[in-house]
Design a protein around this ligand. Structure first.
Ligand code: HSE
Length: 296
C-alpha cells in the first residue's frame, strides 16, 4: 500500500497578517510514501535534499512518533510544482505531507487539528501550514493549541505571483526584523488586518486597497529583494490591483486582482516589463480543499 499526499502552495502574511494569515493557492507538491524494510529512499528531489535530514522525512518521523507508527524504513517520491525558497510555502508542503503520510498509515489522515498542531511545532508559526491543511484563506492564533479559522471570502479573486529568479531563505528574511515594534506600527497592523478580514468577508474591495498595508516586516525585507521597490510602486499605481504584498518571507511578490479582470496579467506584465528580468508571472486561484490524501 502507498499513501499519496497532494499539498497546495501557500502565500503567507497577506501584508499585515505577519505569522497569522495565509491563503492556499492552486500550485501543488505531491508526495508518495511506501513503507520498506529499512532505511530511507527519497526520489524526485535534488540530491542534496535526499538524505535523512530531508524535511519531509523528518516530518514523517515526527508524525510516526505522534501516532505510534512503527516502521523499518520508508520510500518517498516527490513531484514538485512549488518553487523552492521563494515565499510560496514549499517547506510547509514538505512538513504537512510528511505528517499526513505517517498519520495515514495509522488511518488518521484526516485528523487535521492534530496535524496542524504538530506541523506548527515543526514550522514555528502556523500561517503557511494552516491553509496548506485546511485550504482557503485562514487566520490562526498560537497558544497551547493552534486555533485556525477560515475567512469566508465573498468575492472571487486571483493571486498574481511575481516569482524572481533568485531565492531568499526564511532564516535570513526573519533575521532583519526588529525584536520590538512601536505602538504606532502595532496599531497600524491590527487596524489594517482587521479591515482586510472585514473587507474579504463583506466583498468590500475598497477596503482591500487599504487593508494590505504592513508596518511589521515588509519595510525591513524589501531591501533584500532586488527590484522590490520598483515592482511594488508599479503595482500600487495600477488602480485594478486590490492589494500587493510580500508573499511569506519573500522574495515572491503577490498582487490580488478580481477574477473578472481577465486582462489583468497581460496588463501587469506590460506595465512592469522593464522590472521583470527573469521573473516569472503566474496567475493562481485560491485552493479551497487543503491537502488531499489517497491510498494506492
Ligand atoms: N510568516 C513567515 C514569515 C512566513 O514571514 O517569516 C514564512 O515562513
Amino acid at each position: 500500500m502507498r499513501v499519496k499526499v497532494k499539498v497546495p502552495a501557500t502565500s503567507a502574511n497577506l501584508g499585515p497578517g505577519f505569522d497569522v494569515a495565509g491563503v492556499a493557492v492552486t500550485l501543488y507538491n505531491t508526495f508518495t510514501f511506501e513503507l520498506i524494510d529499512q532505511g530511507v529512499e527519497i526520489v524526485g528531489c535534488p540530491e542534496q535534499f535526499s538524505g535523512e535530514d530531508n524535511l519531509t522525512y523528518q516530518a514523517f518521523c515526527a508524525g510516526a512518533e505522534e501516532t505510534g507508527l512503527h516502521f523499518g524504513g520508508v520510500r518517498i517520491e516527490c513531484r514538485s510544482e512549488v518553487p523552492y525558497t521563494r515565499g510560496l510555502g514549499s517547506s510547509s508542503t514538505c512538513i504537512v505531507a510528511g505528517i499526513v503520510g505517517a498519520f495515514a498509515f495509522m488511518g488518521r489522515y484526516d485528523d487535521r487539528q492534530d496535524i496542524l498542531n504538530l506541523a506548527t511545532r515543526i514550522e514555528g508559526h502556523p500561517d503557511n501550514v494552516a491553509p496548506a491543511i485546511f485550504g482557503g484563506l485562514t487566520v490562526s492564533v498560537m497558544a497551547d493549541v493552534i486555533t485556525t479559522l477560515n475567512i469566508p471570502v465573498k468575492n472571487d479573486y486571483r493571486f498574481v505571483a511575481f516569482i524572481p529568479p533568485f531565492t531568499l531563505s526564511t532564516q535570513l528574511s526573519r533575521s532583519v526584523l526588529p525584536d520590538t515594534v512601536s505602538r504606532k506600527d502595532a496599531i497600524g497592523n491590527i487596524s489594517h488586518l482587521s479591515l482586510l478580514v472585514a473587507s474579504l468577508i463583506n466583498g468590500h474591495d475598497e477596503g482591500l486597497r487599504i487593508g494590505f498595508h504592513d508596518h511589521l516586516h515588509q519595510p525591513y525585507r524589501g531591501s533584500l529583494i532586488a527590484g522590490y521597490d520598483a515592482i511594488m510602486e508599479r503595482l500600487e499605481a495600477d488602480t485594478s490591483v486590490l492589494g500587493c504584498y510580500l508573499s511569506g518571507a519573500g522574495p515572491t511578490i503577490m498582487a490580488v486582482i478580481r477574477a473578472d479582470d481577465l486582462m489583468g496579467v497581460v496588463r501587469l506584465k506590460e506595465e512592469l516589463h522593464d522590472c521583470l528580468d527573469g521573473w516569472e508571472v503566474v496567475k493562481l486561484e485560491m485552493d479551497t480543499r487543503g491537502y488531499v490524501c489517497d491510498y494506492e
